[in-house]
Design a protein around this ligand. Structure first.
Ligand SMILES: [Zn+2]
Length: 312
């Protein structure tokens, strides 16, 4: 199951207790999934859902809030792949039209023209419930293991602007872009996605998201540590190559006798163990030398090589 499905599943099973919020959520579910259809001389309100739990939610909200006769049925359909579509259906009688008008879904001519009816969303609890309905209908979220991405796909410029405005009022900043014939509102940073999940009440998904985020940042720290160690190793090897050249210059022009006895053992160890750090070379000496002691002697060798080069 995809993470998006997991989030939608959680949200579909979340039941609002407040009357005001339930209306707001139903308004969003119908705005984005319903249409008016004529069948055998009769007008119907038909809402289609791919998720059974969301269909059930819409069905129960219509039935409980407006006591309208409503039915739900499932049908197999072939779109890109075989999918099951759940249809929530109610006869478009006067009571049903009143519901649609109250929820801001039909215009003065009785045409289905869904808009956000801000009067229904004066409270923040209702704004959150509406946004939940929007995400249930058109939301997508990527698995937190990959890139952080949450989006809402809308097909109508007015609705896209209104949902963006709604999100802004809930302190959620979404960007808008066009994709084929759709308008996409999206959020790309993890903090804002967490805020979104908290706002719509997806608390289990939020915890899962945060856990993955913590694991990822720990892994990044480990990578940083490994990079740091690699960089140090490269530094050691670079220095070693330079030191070996220095020693070879001296030996070429003066022979091993040209190197004072106090520095000779170290020079020999350097040639023999090119990958070892100064600290490790110091530990091989008898008696052992500290890292700074070794560094001091290396500088003396370099001085010597410089003097030889200058012909002293
Ligand atoms: Zn409310």
């Amino acid at each position: 199951m995809s993470f998006a499905m997991q989030v939608r599943g959680e949200l579909a099973r979340l039941n609002e207790e407040r009357f005001c919020c339930r209306k707001a959520e139903l308004a969003a579910l119908l705005a984005l999934n319903a249409a008016l259809q004529e069948n055998e001389g009769q007008q119907w309100l038909v809402a289609e859902f791919e998720n059974a739990a969301t269909a059930r939610k819409a069905f129960l909200l219509i039935k409980e809030l407006y006591t309208l006769p409503v039915s739900v049925s499932a049908e197999k359909r072939k779109r890109f792949r075989k999918t099951r579509v759940y249809q929530v259906k109610s006869e478009l009688d006067e009571a049903c039209s009143n519901m649609l008008r109250e929820l801001g879904l039909i215009n003065a001519h009785g045409q289905f023209k869904p808009r956000i009816r801000w009067k229904l969303l004066t409270r923040n609890c209702c704004k959150r419930a509406y946004l939940r309905g929007v995400f249930l209908s058109r939301g997508f979220i990527s698995r937190p293991e990959g890139n952080y991405h949450l989006e809402i796909v809308l097909h109508d410029q007015t609705m896209a602007n209104e949902v963006q405005k709604l999100m802004a009022r809930l302190n959620l900043e979404a960007r808008q872009t066009e994709r084929k014939n759709s308008l996409v509102l999206y959020i790309k940073d993890a903090e804002s996605i967490v805020d979104f999940l908290a706002t719509v009440g997806a608390s289990k998904a939020l915890l899962d998201f945060e856990n993955v985020r913590i694991l990822k940042s720990m892994r990044n720290n480990i990578n940083r540590q490994v990079n740091f160690e690699t960089a140090n190793l490269v530094k050691t090897v670079d220095a070693s190559v330079r030191q070996i050249e220095t020693i070879k210059q001296i030996v070429d022009s003066r022979g091993w006798e040209g190197i004072p006895p106090g520095l000779r053992t170290l020079a020999q160890l350097r040639l023999e163990y090119p990958d070892s750090s100064l600290k490790e070379l110091g530990e091989m000496m008898v008696p052992p030398l500290t890292k700074s002691g070794v560094a001091h002697r290396m500088r003396k060798l370099e001085d010597l090589a410089d003097r030889i080069m200058l012909g002293e």
